[in-house]
Design a protein around this ligand. Structure first.
Ligand SMILES: [Cu+2]
Length: 178
């Protein structure tokens, strides 16, 4: 389920190693009884193009890296719908390659792991931020210029999709524009 990346790739992505211990690392698992009632529909994991009702994405930004280094997208997902949702992928016409990743730091070394999906319980919020979950963005169609925006479409399987407009920020940025 996870693929180990060269540590050099993590470094190339400009991940602030010194900040790694700020990573919250909490993973909420919708443990309430109400959520469990919806858990077993046996539905296939297809991606539907309809808007995912009640799912909100805020504060999206992209850390633009120079040359051909991979950039990363960050955002916060809030699940205001009536059922748990799972982010299963990200699509963008602006990038040739998009992946869900998580940065893990062990013994001072950061590495990136592939993530199949990220579940968000009802009323839950999941942050994608430096040193944690991120959208790995490669092969930009056009040069990323600070101050511009790009669209990332977050895919929540059958629940639908949410398109987010994301601010392009410099490599030194640590969070969304206020
Ligand atoms: Cu990554």
């Amino acid at each position: 389920m996870t693929i180990r990346f060269l540590a050099g790739l993590a470094l190339a992505a400009g991940l602030p190693l010194a900040q790694a211990h700020h990573a919250p690392g909490h993973e909420t698992t919708g443990g309430d009884a109400a959520a469990g009632a919806h858990a077993h529909h046996g539905a296939p994991t297809t991606v539907t193009d309809k808007p995912a009702t009640g799912v909100h994405v805020k504060g999206c930004w992209i850390r633009a890296m120079p040359e051909n280094l991979p950039s990363a997208g960050y955002f916060t997902i809030h699940n205001g719908s009536q059922a748990p949702v799972a982010l299963t992928g990200i699509a963008s016409e602006d990038f040739g390659s998009t992946m869900l990743h998580r940065t893990e730091t062990r013994d001072g070394t950061a590495r990136m792991l592939h993530v199949d999906k990220v579940e968000i319980p009802v009323d839950g919020e999941q942050e994608f931020a430096p040193s944690g979950y991120h959208a790995m963005l490669e092969k930009p169609r056009a040069k990323l210029t600070v101050g511009e925006t790009r669209i990332l479409t977050l895919q929540f399987g059958e629940a639908g999709t949410v398109a987010a407009r994301c601010d392009i920020q410099p490599p030194s940025a640590l969070g969304p524009k206020s």
